[in-house]
Design a protein around this ligand. Structure first.
Ligand SMILES: [Zn+2]
Length: 70
């Protein structure tokens, strides 16, 4: 009976503002949507930028020792 349950599993897309999709089919459709893909791309870019900034901070922090201006 696991399959029947999976059909109605709720999926929450955090990238799209916690949008709720009911069932694997809706989720698959949603993932193919343009809006969703755009958001995922944006999030990925953001995440990469954040990572980059963190790396920069680490290297500059080592040189400047204590500067807590963000
Ligand atoms: Zn989405």
């Amino acid at each position: 009976m696991k399959d029947a349950r999976d059909l109605w599993t709720q999926f929450v897309c955090e990238a799209c503002g916690n949008r709720v999709l009911r069932g694997a089919h809706e989720w698959e459709q949603h993932k193919l949507g343009r809006g969703h893909k755009k958001r995922i791309l944006h999030l990925k870019k953001k995440a990469q930028n954040l990572y980059f900034i963190q790396l920069q901070r680490q290297s500059t922090a080592a040189m400047e020792e204590e500067t807590s201006t963000s």
